[in-house]
Design a protein. Structure first.
Length: 145
């Protein structure tokens, strides 16, 4: 499980699609084998599949700022989650070590020098905020691209 998935699980409620994607789920029918294309073509009783999926329900927005501010109030230490990836990870009770941040950078496809931790940290924070916003998080505009 990736670090970004852990971040999503800590911020989004378990009923939110982003949190559901963050952890693998086995459904009762997921272990059943699906008929192959060849079997569908040769079987005269095979029902045609619809060309398009039905439209998805609109994603419920989660106020990331409110959630993190509430967590920060009860953190017991000042944590500047708005500008620091280290403080954001600490606030979420996740590993904020350099190694962990390098793993997150790899997960998010960082192309810069991981030896320049200041630049990497700024990039990581911005990317995490962008990903939260892209997955149904209401993130302040000044924290994302």
């Amino acid at each position: 499980m990736g670090i970004l998935s852990n971040i999503f699980r800590k911020i989004f409620p378990s009923s939110h699609p982003a949190a559901a994607q963050a952890k693998p789920q086995a459904t009762p029918g997921s272990m059943q084998s699906q008929p192959t294309q060849t079997a569908q073509q040769t079987s005269p009783q095979a029902a045609p599949r619809p060309a398009t999926a039905p439209p998805a329900a609109p994603m419920e927005m989660v106020d990331v700022e409110a959630i993190l501010n509430k967590m920060a109030q009860s953190a017991g230490q000042p944590l500047n989650w708005r500008s620091s990836i280290v403080d954001l990870l600490k606030l979420l009770n996740l590993d904020s070590s350099l190694q962990s941040r390098k793993e997150l950078a790899q997960e998010l496809d960082y192309k810069g020098d991981t030896g320049d931790s200041a630049s990497m940290n700024i990039w990581l924070h911005r990317q995490v905020m962008n990903r939260l916003a892209a997955n149904g998080g209401k993130v302040p505009a000044d924290l994302r691209d």
